[in-house]
Design a protein around this ligand. Structure first.
Ligand SMILES: [Zn+2]
Length: 646
């Protein structure tokens, strides 16, 4: 079978049919997966082709579970009907329960352990290695008592994760200030924040309040009070939860044979070894030292116009003065910038730019059923061969009950001959003029969608699309952001009402403005990454004391007395000890980008090579090998260091 003979899913056209559709798809997928597992347990394949046959069935089982989990996660986050969201969430939880059970199934593990690798091709042999490793990482080969303890740890970790997120989410703090102390904030923000009967304005620690106050408010005491409230969210409630979480992760890692959680977690990443994480952090910190010092000198000079005796810029004042320097010295008027980024033009431009770059066509499918009127469906087609490569949905505007951030969701993973890849971009952009930041976000997220689609034609579900190491996943998206910073690329679609394209010198000024503070920004990231690593490895008795040490070592900004930033640091949940990953991917993204000609970002030879060697293989090779196949050499730190220094 060739890809073009596969058909995308048909979603329900009748709004009332969704709940039943989600329920049925979940039941069918789970039943099929259970049937395959029963077959493997009770009547496993034998003879010369036993290994490949077991792997095929296992991968088909994974595809079935993956279909249910993806559908559950997607519609649990985007469906406008709450009942459908609830049904979808339950489907996702069911898959999670089944997966945990399977991972600790001794009989299945023994089946895989007994298979011979003889005669397997590279992909199948890679799959067998990964499946065996999944089992041992889960602890399947440990005794009954240990396996029971692992199950209990997993359950408690899931609970803590939820309790931690909830404690942070629910702990919205407020400060109350006289209206005249809010001078500097934009007019529409002030209008939305009238004074109450006591003559005071309430400002919360939610981002739409906290970010503008920290950037624009002229009153330094208000900025400091805001930061203090912001950094104490979750404190002290989350401290014992975090300590318990670090202890449980450590116990789990040691039960399955690792020194600590970071070593366990790093085994399945590009970085490979736990101790490589602090080395990487220190390498970035060193590379950022000079760029940080340069920016800090500029910042301090401006700061001293207001605070003549200051020796350092405080964390509470940094965003405000960075904004001032950008405005006074780089002269980027964000109101003017927005006039070039009307949403419809940006969407059209995004499709034109990525289509040209990757050799794709996006054919709108106006009659495809969708879950909300805002959603548009496109078939992705290879521009040369006309082969259908998958379907994508763009769901780009906010509405009640919808996921609040920007992300690519999978609807189906693509497997050659079996299933087309389908993915969804879920964002929350305005329908009118967009901030340039949001344009960059759109390109970034679209990078994941392209990766999902182009990588969805490999022979195994396990390796479909973005199934590469976690610390590589961001690199293709971070690289695609570059196209949203290029004057000629932007000039091709970003036009104002009169049709005039965005001036190249404005784009250059936008870049300079964005670059200001990147050294300090990298150091802040390394402060966070070092907390994420050392909290897991050392499990310090006093998190605040250790945090202060790491802040003094890495951050450009001094510690704010009495604050507890880690208490609301949500990434300690999802990223655990691996917060370094975003920077790691960025190092690789800069190296990948170095292969492109900045005078002709669409040069077809390099773009085609990138598509074929980095995106299309999905997870069939280690990411380091994909990158080396494309660059013709192993990846290096140089392009990133040059960017940071430049
Ligand atoms: Zn991303």
């Amino acid at each position: 079978m060739t890809p073009e003979t596969l058909e995308p899913l048909t979603l329900p056209a009748d709004p009332d049919a969704w709940d039943e559709w989600v329920r049925t798809r979940a039941e069918t997928g789970l039943a099929r997966a259970a049937e395959i597992v029963t077959g493997l347990r009770e009547d496993p394949p034998t003879g010369d082709s036993a290994a490949i046959e077991v792997l095929r069935r296992w991968d088909e089982m994974s595809l079935q579970l993956g279909n249910v989990a993806s559908m559950g996660s997607l519609f649990g986050n985007v469906h406008p009907d709450e009942a459908v969201r609830t049904t979808a969430e339950k489907a996702e939880q069911d898959v999670s329960r089944v997966s945990t059970e399977l991972s600790l199934d001794r009989g299945l593990f023994e089946l895989f352990a007994g298979l011979s690798e003889e005669g397997l091709d590279d992909h199948a042999s890679r799959l067998l290695t990964k499946v065996r490793r999944d089992f041992t990482r889960a602890g399947v080969d440990r005794d009954d008592e240990t396996r029971a303890r692992i199950t209990a740890i997993q359950e408690r970790m899931t609970e803590i994760d939820q309790e931690f997120s909830k404690a942070v989410r629910d702990d919205v703090r407020t400060i109350r200030v006289a209206p005249e102390r809010l001078d500097g904030l934009p007019g529409d923000w002030l209008e939305a924040h009238p004074a109450d009967d006591d003559g005071l304005v309430t400002v919360t620690t939610d981002y739409p309040d906290a970010v503008p106050v920290r950037q624009f408010c002229h009153d330094a005491d208000v900025r400091r009070d805001m930061l203090d409230a912001f950094l104490n969210r979750g404190y002290p409630a989350t401290e014992p939860l975090l300590k318990e979480l670090f202890d449980l992760r450590h116990e789990l890692a040691t039960l399955v044979g690792f020194d600590d959680w970071a070593a366990y977690d790093a085994q399945v990443k590009m970085i490979g070894e736990g101790p490589a994480i602090p080395e990487f952090i220190d390498r970035i910190a060193a590379a950022a030292e000079e760029p940080m010092a340069r920016d800090l000198a500029t910042l301090l000079a401006r700061y001293r116009q207001d605070q003549p005796d200051a020796e350092r810029v405080t964390g509470a004042d940094a965003p405000y003065y960075e904004e001032l320097v950008r405005k006074e010295q780089m002269r980027v008027d964000s109101q003017q910038v927005r006039t070039y980024f009307a949403f419809d033009k940006v969407r059209t431009g995004l499709l034109a730019v990525t289509g040209k770059l990757f050799g794709l066509r996006y054919d709108e499918v106006p009659d495809a059923p969708v879950w909300h009127a805002d959603v548009t469906a496109y078939d992705v087609v290879d521009a040369d061969s006309g082969d259908g490569l998958g379907r994508i949905y763009l769901d780009l505007h906010p509405r009640d009950g919808k996921f609040k951030h920007a992300a690519q969701f999978t609807l189906t993973d693509g497997v050659a001959g079996a299933q087309l890849p389908e993915g969804v971009l879920v964002c929350n952009f305005s329908r009118g003029l967009m901030e340039h930041d949001h344009v960059v976000t759109l390109f970034h997220e679209f990078g994941h969608l392209v990766h999902h689609t182009l990588g969805g034609h490999v022979p195994w579900a396990r390796f479909a699309g973005v199934a590469t190491e976690w610390d590589f996943v961001e690199a293709p998206s971070q690289m695609l952001e570059e196209w949203a910073w290029d004057p000629s690329v932007l000039g091709s679609f970003a036009t104002d009402e009169s049709g005039a394209p965005i001036p190249a010198d404005l784009v250059e000024a936008m870049r300079a403005s964005d670059d200001f503070g990147k050294g300090a920004g990298a150091r802040t990231q390394m402060f966070y990454a070092s907390m994420s690593y050392w909290f897991h490895v050392e499990r310090p008795a006093d998190l605040t004391t250790r945090m202060i040490e790491l802040q003094e070592k890495y951050s450009a900004w001094p510690y704010l007395e009495g604050s507890h930033m880690y208490a609301s640091f949500g990434h300690l949940g999802g990223y655990s000890s691996a917060y370094y990953t975003y920077m790691w991917s960025l190092v690789i993204a800069k190296d990948l980008f170095s292969a492109f000609d900045t005078d002709d970002l669409f040069a077809p030879e390099v773009a085609r090579r990138y598509r074929d060697r980095v995106l299309a293989p999905g997870g069939t090779k280690d990411a380091a090998d994909l990158v080396a196949d494309f660059l013709g050499r192993p990846y290096t730190f140089d392009a990133y260091a040059a960017w940071l220094a430049g």
